[in-house]
Design a protein around this ligand. Sequence first.
Ligand code: ADE
Length: 243
Amino acid sequence: MAAMQEELGALLAVMPDERRVRVAGRDFWVGHLQGQSVVAVLSRIGKVAAATTAAVLLERFGVRAIVFTGVAGGLAPGVRVGDVVVASRLLQHDLDASPIFPRYEVPLTGHARFATDTAISDSLAAVAEGLLRDPVALLGQQVVDDFGLHAPRLHRGLVVSGDRFIARAADSEALRHDLPDALACEMEGAAVAQVCHDFRVPFAAVRTISDRADDQAHTDFLRFVSAVASRYSLALMEGWLAG
Ligand code: ADE
């Protein structure tokens, strides 16, 4: 699953025998990749859109696991454009039912942070490490130079999700203050993690950093998603499925 066409287009283009099934206004691409049965789908942006899509994947298509791929804004100091983050846990940074429940906790679950599947996350991290060793092979010299992707790194840890595109340095500073261990922010992952938790289905998320969630975030994001994002997603998903 990815949110936007720009994040998954390259993958959809190489599914050899895909059959499109339309449910709830979304196209679910049922087919194979690297010899494995997959359903690829664009959730659209935001937590509710992602949760709806996850529920359809689980109920209608009976998928055995969900992996979210796409881009995120870097929050922690060393998380730079072109780095890859594999989530170990996800939290909704805009969820606050306090004082009835602790801030961030999803009411009646007892959880604020939802853990990802360790085996899938380990595989994604191994694939990402291999790709990041040679970004020129993945993206070409021109893209590496244009985006300054010279020594991209892999990070593993907390990813936070909310229904806000973080595009002001003051907002990312506030997130860093409230959630000092957050590596990156996006708008879907923690919602899908919650749905997968309810269904007891493994979930993993891998995000490439498109911007620093600061005052330049919107221009950096748009440049990155159009030129780079779906190449990372394709290579990560193919590598994982082939492994
Ligand atoms: N996805 C990519 N960049 C983001 C940002 N700055 N805020 C929220 N989601 C994002």
